[in-house]
Design a protein around this ligand. Structure first.
Ligand SMILES: [Zn+2]
Length: 337
């Protein structure tokens, strides 16, 4: 997140981090279930050994852990009823203890903590300005604890190497729990690319020095209102045809046609983010923004044709979920050949 954020934006930043359930639970379950079907027999055995559950189940864990909060008796899990069904599997006593322990170790170990965002919540996204054509750590909206950095940390641990700071990843099971989720997040266009808007609602590039003083973040679209919802939530919502139960032969065949990256897996997360950034440019294409006079730091979105936009959104979501499932399997098949 931006260093220049001011107090009201910080509060909203907390909302961004906690309300964001990228691709909703069913989206994560979809990409996890797809990956389960695409694993090699050896990788599938390793997943079962390390994780003890299907990727489709593991894929929601990192969002469930967001319901861990600090209290007088230490960190503890207080389930949000809205997400409860997707978290049920982790609500055993050892499951709750694991979530609380992970959050405790990843609470205030990064710069986001001083800006009011618990570090483990910042692991789920980046906010690269859509004017860019690639993900690059030099850009505003990236960090050593954004979604790309977090994915690289999980890959390191799965390779039995230490996690780079600021991450604390206890073991390969925790790494795989995180990986199964974050591969979904890095394919959600509004978890990677962002528009930065000035006071008139015009897009600005925060990396083009001159505009920096008037730049304001839209927090992954959470600050852009669309009727009763917001742009981030709109992109988290998954249409019925993309529920996990709807994975059929045609989708499996399409996922198998997605080529694997020939580079070392450590280069894959940034490449995925670059591809998703291009999808987020499509997600913002043709939209106009009006500042909300009553609420500084908030805007409303205007569509040329909202129905056509929703159709385009669903096509992009289908493509991105397919990619997420394929990439998760490709990565595990590469790590466990
Ligand atoms: Zn997430």
């Amino acid at each position: 997140m931006l260093q220049i954020l001011r107090a009201p934006a910080l509060l909203a930043g907390l909302l961004h981090a906690s309300a964001a359930m990228a691709f909703s639970a069913s989206g994560h379950e979809f990409s996890g279930a797809l990956a389960d079907r695409l694993l090699s027999p050896h990788a599938a055995r390793q997943v079962q050994l390390v994780l003890g559950m299907k990727l489709a189940v593991a894929a929601t864990w990192a969002d469930c852990a967001k319901d861990v909060a600090p209290g007088p008796a230490g960190f503890h899990y207080v389930p949000n009823p809205r997400f409860h069904p997707a978290c049920e599997h982790f609500e055993t006593p050892p499951g709750r203890a694991r979530m609380a322990d992970y959050v405790r170790r990843n609470w205030n170990v990064c710069s986001s903590a001083s800006e009011g965002v618990a570090c483990h919540k910042a692991y789920h996204f980046s906010d690269v300005a859509v004017q860019h054509e690639r993900y690059d750590r030099r850009f505003i909206g990236t960090s050593d604890h954004d979604v790309v950095s977090a994915l690289n940390a999980t890959i390191a641990v799965l390779r039995e190497r230490p996690a780079p700071p600021p991450f604390s990843i206890r073991d390969r099971k925790e790494a795989l729990l995180l990986l199964a989720h974050l591969v979904g997040d890095v394919h959600q266009p509004l978890h990677v690319g962002a528009v930065y808007l000035d006071a008139r609602g015009a897009p600005v590039d925060p990396d083009a020095g001159a505009a920096a003083s008037s730049v304001n973040t839209t927090r992954g679209g959470n600050s852009i209102t669309d009727g009763a919802t917001n742009l981030h939530a709109l992109w988290d919502a998954i249409p019925p045809q993309l529920q996990p139960s709807r994975i059929d032969k045609a989708r499996l065949a399409a996922a198998r046609r997605i080529a694997a990256n020939p580079l070392d897996p450590s280069a894959w997360p940034a490449a995925w983010a670059t591809e998703t950034l291009l999808a987020s440019r499509e997600a913002f294409d043709g939209l106009a923004f009006q500042p909300d006079a009553a609420k500084p730091g908030r805007w409303t979105v205007e569509y040329a044709d909202r129905a056509a936009y929703i159709e385009r959104k669903q096509a992009i979501q289908a493509q991105q979920l397919l990619r997420a499932g394929a990439r998760l399997a490709q990565l595990l098949n590469a790590l466990w050949p």
